[in-house]
Design a protein around this ligand. Structure first.
Ligand SMILES: NC(=O)c1ccc[n+]([C@@H]2O[C@H](COP(=O)([O-])OP(=O)(O)OC[C@H]3O[C@@H](n4cnc5c(N)ncnc54)[C@H](O)[C@@H]3O)[C@@H](O)[C@H]2O)c1
Length: 377
């Protein structure tokens, strides 16, 4: 068998392998066989792959003696909900899935988060395999064990921490990603560089043409580097009491903007990475004002985000919102978040590129000022 690059992940005492390379998914049957004896699998997949990857995987699994059940899901954050999850539970019951049967999640963060949640709760936990298909899922959501569904207006309201037995990152899947989804994933890559690795940040700044054109060796390199940064921050702190918090850089305010701009049909208009990108710009401004650091840093962050085609501000009218109302809604969402966190408003600020810390003392007036700055007419 061809050997794929392997990262051994051990975040809280449950080790598993993460394989990365081209055609990795061709070796899915062998990798599952290495991990469990049970031959029953349910493959939950993004409907986008219906007639391509899924037909191939089904055939490969069946040839290797697996009993395969398929379940298609529509991606998009509006579909990460309990009703969709209930349909899967019904199938798991009807077809007698056991704890050592395997649930394979093939898709972006929406499919991965929801499938992970289902696997963690079915019989209090069945085998889970992640096959992330968006860049965001490869470098972020499939690693670290967070699983969730949205509940009413609460994003990721119901969830758990649950690790897979296997994670397969197939670089072939990057090619078909839309420009928007590829760039959205890059926001998490840039975030990891900002909080941890100045050299990586410089590499991203200097090689944007190769990265944006998805040159394979560059893609492999930045995915591996980002995953290592993620693992380093999650290891020993899965439940986010210390260093994992730093991964939330750009998320608190970005998240508030992401949920405040949901349209009247309940669909979010910003990709997760786009929210993070705007959130990074927001905390860069706050860091300049609150920590009194050189505004050169704020400028460098704005430059790299713009060069990667990521948003650094919000146009309220373009998204169909009245500006003042949108600012108020963002502030309300920040306050809601604060209430959930022991009434603390925790922000991650970078004091230089490659280094970040947690701050509990950012005045609310500065957040208000920042939303006023980045939310345009
Ligand atoms: N668990 C975590 O730690 C974590 C971290 C970050 C984000 N998230 C969650 O991730 C979700 C967002 O994930 P996402 O951005 O991957 O969204 P997504 O799963 O909705 O995918 C985005 C789009 O990409 C398409 N797509 C997927 N793979 C493709 C491919 N290879 N080629 C072409 N198109 C493809 C999908 O059909 C969809 O239209 C949010 O719900 C967010 O809360 C979770």
């Amino acid at each position: 068998m061809k050997s794929d690059a392997k990262i051994s992940v051990n975040l809280d005492g449950t080790p598993y392998p993460l394989y990365i390379g081209k055609d990795v998914i061709q070796r899915l049957p062998q990798y599952i066989t290495d991990a469990t004896k049970n031959k029953k699998v349910i493959l939950i997949y993004d409907v986008f792959f219906e007639n391509t990857v899924i037909s191939i995987l089904r055939k490969l699994l069946e040839q290797a003696g697996f009993d395969v059940l398929l379940h298609a899901l529509q991606a998009g954050k509006g579909n990460k909900n309990i009703n969709e999850a209930l349909k899967v539970y019904s199938k798991l019951e009807e077809y007698n899935f056991a704890r050592d049967s395997t649930l394979i999640a093939l898709g972006g963060g929406v499919i991965g988060d929801m499938s992970g949640f289902i696997a963690s709760t079915w019989l209090r936990g069945m085998n889970l395999v992640h096959i992330p298909t968006t860049l965001l899922a490869m470098v972020d959501s499939s690693v670290g064990g967070k699983t969730a569904i949205n509940f009413r207006s609460t994003i990721n309201g119901i969830g758990s921490y649950y690790h897979p037995i296997l994670n397969l990152i197939d670089l072939n899947l990057v090619a078909s990603l839309s420009e928007r989804d590829y760039r959205s994933g890059l926001a998490e890559v840039i975030k990891c560089a900002i909080i941890h690795d100045k050299l990586f940040f410089d590499h991203l700044s200097q090689n944007k043409a190769k990265i944006l054109s998805r040159e394979p060796s560059y893609v492999t390199d930045f995915i591996e580097r980002t995953i290592h940064i993620k693992i380093r921050h999650v290891q020993g702190d899965v439940k986010e009491g210390g260093k994992r918090l730093l991964l939330n850089y750009g998320h608190t305010l970005g998240h508030a903007i992401e949920i405040s701009t949901v349209d009247k049909y309940g669909q979010e208009q910003l990709r997760h990475g786009e929210g993070v990108s705007i959130g990074i710009m927001a905390v860069a401004h706050i860091a300049s004002r609150h920590l009194g650091i050189d505004s050169e840093i704020e400028y460098s962050l704005e430059k790299i985000l713009k060069e990667y085609g990521l948003p650094v501000e919000v146009s309220s009218s373009l998204l169909g919102f009245d500006r003042d109302r949108l600012i108020r809604s963002c502030l309300d969402n920040v306050v809601k978040d604060k209430k959930r966190l022991d009434n603390k408003l925790r922000l991650i600020l970078a004091d230089s590129i490659g280094s970040a810390d947690v701050y509990n003392d950012v005045p609310f007036s500065l957040i208000e000022e920042t939303f006023n700055l980045i939310i345009k007419e």
